[in-house]
Design a protein around this ligand. Structure first.
Ligand code: MLT
Length: 265
């Protein structure tokens, strides 16, 4: 693990392998360790950067709200520090929001995009209110207060029933997130821009992935992205919910590896 001071906070990241740069952006309220299987599968032919977004994992919290734009600027600053001009960005859920914010801000720095279990729409008014309620609860009672209700939304019923290792790992990531960091990210997500009109202007190659049982960002959200982004690919991962990369790493990695290999043709 490396740490670097960027934009007033210490950011934790890993930078392994060599080849075309590939940056992974985790979801909420997780950390860079959620990409372990993708890192192992792709490191032979890629330079892989995984970072903890502000307020998550081993990265400092920073001021609230932690907007998607702030996180995208952090990613840009990290790439500057690593001397990487252009990279493929792969973001899951909140990481996808950050990838879209990055692409909007730095379109020429994006070689390609992978948008997994994410969406272009901003929050509804109800969604924003729920985020505020959840942030207040987390700050009052800690991450444990939301863990049991979050798990069945993140994972497919089969994963919950038959994969205690994955359930443990996801639980540990949630509980390991600092309440102040999670609350800042919730406020940041509630303020995020609607990207529907932007996504149709993306010119980079895009792969969209979604778990067939994802209820947080369901297939309809992935189909909307697919419709709006010309030339994009859509991959539906069966028997996975919101954390498709963790629940079905083989299928996820196969789709990702094929997309990345085609970029090099
Ligand atoms: C995530 O996994 O990053 C979150 O579920 C995203 C969200 O709450 O919108």
């Amino acid at each position: 693990m490396a740490r670097v001071r960027l934009r007033g906070i210490e950011v934790a990241y890993d930078d392994v392998g060599s080849g075309p740069p590939l940056v992974f952006l985790h979801g909420f309220p997780f950390n860079r360790s959620m990409w372990q299987e993708q890192k192992e599968a792709l490191v032979e032919h890629h330079r892989i950067i995984t970072l903890d977004l502000r307020g998550h994992g081993e990265t400092d919290v920073g001021p609230s709200p932690a907007t998607m734009e702030e996180m995208a600027l952090d990613v840009g600053a990290l790439l500057d520090r690593l001397d990487i001009e252009r990279a493929t960005l792969a973001g899951l859920s909140m990481g996808g929001y950050v990838a879209l914010a990055f692409c909007r801000r730095f379109p020429l720095r994006v070689r390609a995009l992978v948008l997994a279990d994410t969406r272009a729409q901003s929050d509804t008014e109800d969604g924003k209110a729920n985020r505020s309620t959840q942030a207040a609860q987390i700050l009052r009672e800690g991450m444990e207060a939301i863990t049991d209700s979050l798990l069945p939304k993140q994972l497919a019923s089969e994963t919950l029933a038959k994969r205690p290792d994955i359930v443990r790992r996801v639980r540990a990531m949630i509980i390991g997130t600092r309440p102040e960091g999670a609350a800042a990210a919730l406020e940041g997500m509630a303020r995020r821009q609607d990207q529907r009109s932007f996504v149709s202007r993306i010119i980079a190659p895009v792969l969209i992935i979604v778990g067939s049982e994802d209820t947080i960002t369901p297939i309809a959200d992935a189909e909307l992205l697919h419709r709006e982004i010309g030339g994009s690919r859509l991959e539906i991962i069966e028997a996975a919910a919101h954390l498709s990369n963790l629940e079905r790493p083989e299928e996820f990695n196969r789709a990702l590896a094929k997309f990345l290999a085609d970029l090099e043709q």
